[in-house]
Design a protein around this ligand. Structure first.
Ligand SMILES: Cc1cc2nc3c(=O)[nH]c(=O)nc-3n(C[C@H](O)[C@H](O)[C@H](O)COP(=O)(O)OP(=O)(O)OC[C@H]3O[C@@H](n4cnc5c(N)ncnc54)[C@H](O)[C@@H]3O)c2cc1C
Length: 523
């Protein structure tokens, strides 16, 4: 997956009519590119920033059916998500872990629903289930989560769901798409839509954000998979188009693992304002979240609000023996859900269905939004099924249900810090064998090596220090202060690989430090 090589393929074929152009390189767009390319359609995907820079690197990291949607009675969404959970675990076993969750039962709220509810959840997963849920005693609950608050604790329910690394999956999907002959490019922004004399969309205008070079690309169909930005593309098509998305912000923060001992995650099904809160082990730390705050603005770098941070701190303190404080937060990150715009002022964001929405405009623009990371594959299948009709292309069957994703390895062990590379681990080892200096760590407290930076540039299309520290490895999200210390070394290594000079490295360090400061809370 080399950017210059892929860009050349576009440059060398200025008159080519591609089958599909996909706008957006998050979970949705990458899924569509993999689906379309693996069916044999010629496909180009354009992402304005880095892959998964938007919502797709900012999730709770769960591959789940959604216990909350079950409680809301959204059965078809849960069924679909449980099916997809099973397929994703099978196709990307190097990224999706089977994670046990404990729902603690306190005498101030209803445990019984969840005893029965989780049995229904198991049944709905059928053969793709990850393990049977069970009611557990107070002692068993405390054994699983030793630092759970014991006051008024009755017992709990244990159940199983998937846990993953979102931006790593995005990178692996980009690689899978390229292996199936798609062209996927980061840092190429779509700036306009091309229309023919019947007013039908027949391509896009795009700009390389690095060189500022403009491109005109022709295609039979264009797919708008831009998450919370879908309305901007719909307005390029029709300036009068009604908004279909209302962003809803969710934040998470990351704590040291000492706040959640044991291997299990905690799931609080109903917080004081009716939301769900998770505390999930992730890469040796704990991710806690999330919130659901409607916003009017979209942004690639949304900021956590003070009231969101206070809400999670207060809620987590109710369940944990050791109360987390602002100074304990290693990193805080926010993401925007692309929710369907509410029907009326009465409907709250947590009531809006998480099902995906597929729209074909009069011009033929195909727009896909909503949904979840977990269901990205099904969303892609539905989208391509619609898009080939719009494009007037011959039908080709979807093949992704049983298709391994790049990095696939059987019998993966999750006890090495770099397990998430899957089959690429050996290639990184080889880089170290050729140059042992690259085996040195980037930070004394973390296992990330210099070789991973080299690999990220050569094979995973990392273009900036942020791409590497935020999405090729997750240092920015795991410990923002430590990631700032890693930045100078990463910048020098990247400059060497990319053929850039010291002033590029200096400006990268400056830019990354400015960003990482936003992930740290001042006391
Ligand atoms: C707080 C939170 C927690 C979540 N937790 C979970 C979870 O645990 N499990 C789960 O299954 N789901 C979860 N989700 C949902 C999931 O993360 C999203 O459904 C999914 O990431 C959306 O992906 P997307 O590709 O549609 O959007 P995005 O990831 O935002 O991708 C859209 C992309 O389009 C690009 N773009 C925009 N305009 C242009 C343009 N003009 N040219 C080129 N590119 C453009 C953007 O740069 C962006 O990268 C969560 C969501 C949030 C917010």
């Amino acid at each position: 997956m080399r950017r210059d090589h892929l860009l050349n393929q576009i440059r060398e074929a200025p008159d080519k009519i591609w089958d599909f152009i996909v706008i957006g390189g998050g979970a949705t767009g990458l899924g569509v590119a993999v689906d379309a390319a693996s069916r044999g359609y010629s496909t180009v995907l354009l992402e304005q920033n880095d892959f998964a820079k938007g919502t797709s690197s900012r999730s709770t990291k769960l591959v789940h059916g959604g216990v909350r949607y079950l409680a809301q009675g959204d059965i078809s969404l849960v069924l679909e998500a449980l099916q997809e959970r099973g397929l994703l675990r099978r196709n990307a076993p190097h990224l999706v872990k089977n994670q046990s969750f404990i729902i603690p039962s306190y005498d101030w709220w209803q445990g019984p629903f969840y005893n029965i509810g989780m049995k229904v959840y198991d049944m709905m997963a059928g053969k793709l289930g990850l393990g049977p849920s069970e009611k557990i005693s107070r002692e068993e609950t405390l054994r699983a989560i030793p630092n759970l608050d014991e006051t008024h604790l009755n017992g709990g329910v244990i159940y199983y769901d998937g846990q993953f690394d979102d931006s790593r999956l995005a990178i692996n999907l980009a690689q899978t798409a390229v292996e199936n002959n798609a062209i996927v490019l980061n840092y190429v922004k779509v700036t306009g839509l091309l229309k023919d004399d019947r007013n039908l969309i027949c391509g896009v205008k795009a700009r390389d954000q690095e060189t500022k070079t403009g491109y005109t690309l022709h295609s039979r169909a264009v797919i708008n998979a831009t998450g919370v930005f879908v309305d901007d593309i719909l307005r390029m098509d029709d300036p009068e188009a009604k908004k279909i998305v209302r962003p809803s912000q969710g934040i998470h923060f990351v704590l040291d693992k000492s706040f959640l001992q044991g291997e299990s995650a905690i799931m609080i099904p109903k917080t004081s304002d009716g939301r769900v809160l998770f505390a999930v082990p992730w890469h040796g730390k704990v991710v806690v979240g999330t919130t659901d705050t409607p916003l009017d603005e979209t942004s690639l770098e949304p900021r956590a609000l003070k009231e969101e941070i206070d809400f999670i701190l207060t809620t987590a303190s109710k369940y944990l023996k050791k109360d987390p404080e602002r100074k304990d937060i290693l990193s805080v990150f926010a993401g925007l859900r692309p929710l369907a715009a509410p029907r009326d002022n009465e409907q709250t964001t947590k009531e809006i269905s998480r099902s995906h929405k597929l729209i074909v405009s009069l011009s033929g623009l195909v727009t896909i939004t909503g949904g979840k990371w977990t269901t990205y594959r099904k969303m892609a299948e539905d989208t391509v099924n619609k898009a080939y009709l719009v494009a007037g292309l011959p039908e080709k069957q979807c093949v992704t249900a049983n298709m391994p994703i790049h990095g696939y390895v059987k019998n993966i062990r999750f006890d090495t810090p770099d397990y998430f590379y899957g089959s690429d681990r050996d290639n990184i080892m080889e880089i170290i064998q050729q140059n042992p200096d690259l085996g040195r760590k980037l930070h004394p407290d973390y296992e990330f090596t210099r070789a991973q930076v080299v690999w990220g540039v050569r094979r995973e299309m990392a273009r900036t220090v942020e791409d590497f520290l935020a999405r090729r490895v997750r240092a920015l999200l795991l410990d923002a202060r430590a990631s700032m210390k890693m930045a100078p070394r990463v910048a020098v290594l990247m400059a060497e690989e990319l053929g850039r000079d010291q002033s590029w490295a200096d400006s990268q360090i400056k830019e990354f430090t400015r960003l990482a400061r936003e992930y740290v809370l001042e006391d």
